[in-house]
Design a binder for this molecule. Sequence first.
Ligand code: ZN
Length: 421
Amino acid sequence: MRVVVNLCRPVALVVAFAVAVWGLLVSEPMAQTQDFTALARIDMRESQIRDQRRGIVVDLALSQGVPYRVFTLYDPARLVMDFREIDWAGVSAEALLAKGRARDVRFGVYRPGWSRMVIDLAGPMVVEQAGLRVDQETGQARLKVALGPASDEEFKRLSGAPIDPNWDLPDPTGVGRDAGARFGQGPLIVVLDAGHGGIDPGAERSGVVEKDLMLTFAREIRETLLRAGGVEVVMTRDEDVFVALERRIAIAHSVGAHVLISLHADVLAEGQGQANGAIIHTLSEAASDAASEKLAERHDRADILAGVDLRGADDVVAGVLLDLARQETQPRSDRLAQNLVEAMRAAGGPMNNKPRRSGGFSVLKAADIASVLIEVGFMSSPRDLKNLRNPEWRASMADGIRDALQIWAVEDAALSDLVRQ
Ligand SMILES: [Zn+2]
């Protein structure tokens, strides 16, 4: 066995690039016992997350060594483990987790080339030890991370998402364009935002997963819009990867978007209003109803669960300036939402009996881009689910969305001229 890294407490962040071992595996034919896929697999029989003494130990048996990093986040307390890269097929949270101080575990694709595991911690804990050993005979690897108890203060001091260009995608750039400009000359730039993705699956019903369904629908809408012409379409994601809500807005800004449409098909519990039919949400501080409040909360929570560090996201001074810009954008978003209600109804609907709602949806917070969130239907409604799975139904909804955008673009350009005069 070879110890690649073995760090002792307390460490804020552990990064290990098992490059030396990598080279060894590639150059020597001894790794014949494993299939030569680029992704490591987890041997479930040998892997577990369990309590150990006063802390937790994460013990993962891997088919090969992979670069990884480990860090903690607080509010709520989480352990985040990033890998390059793991195939999660066959990995089950139930089998992995002996529930105790580790409350829950999620894993999946985080960004292209990244895999992430997030473990919810019962309380403040710090990484005491993290090490990856690679067996030179078999090429298999063992990753052990030990967490020990810590004071709140120590935990906070050592927690935080590291900034590391080797792991982080660059921020979307190219802000040379006039972000959020009114539509006048040139194409209408529409950002389609397929909800959820990667480690965050969204709602799931009868084998249908919201993140997959919404990606399919976003691609279909893109086709419809491009066929109609006069439109440039940008997707916040075009594969099964996680994209933080803040990043979705950054993408829209970077391409100078006029419109952002976020697509969802969530599940609502009974008793939270009529959970069927399409709803168009716009941004508001106070939610229009309890169901919208729940949905907005859940979408933010999905980011937290996926290991996004939300601390420091609010800036009071910037907030004031943003509010001014929003005053101008809000009526444009409202008009778009109203157009969508009418056009989608005309395309066959069905719309919810209260189809225009609002709430504190983070993805709608771009101050200068007309933004709406469409609940295309609710997967908790059998009728909606049947529609959502039907490509013909989706095609008519895509037509409705196209019609609404075309009408909106003409209105917006006309109103813009009025403002200029
Ligand atoms: Zn959703």
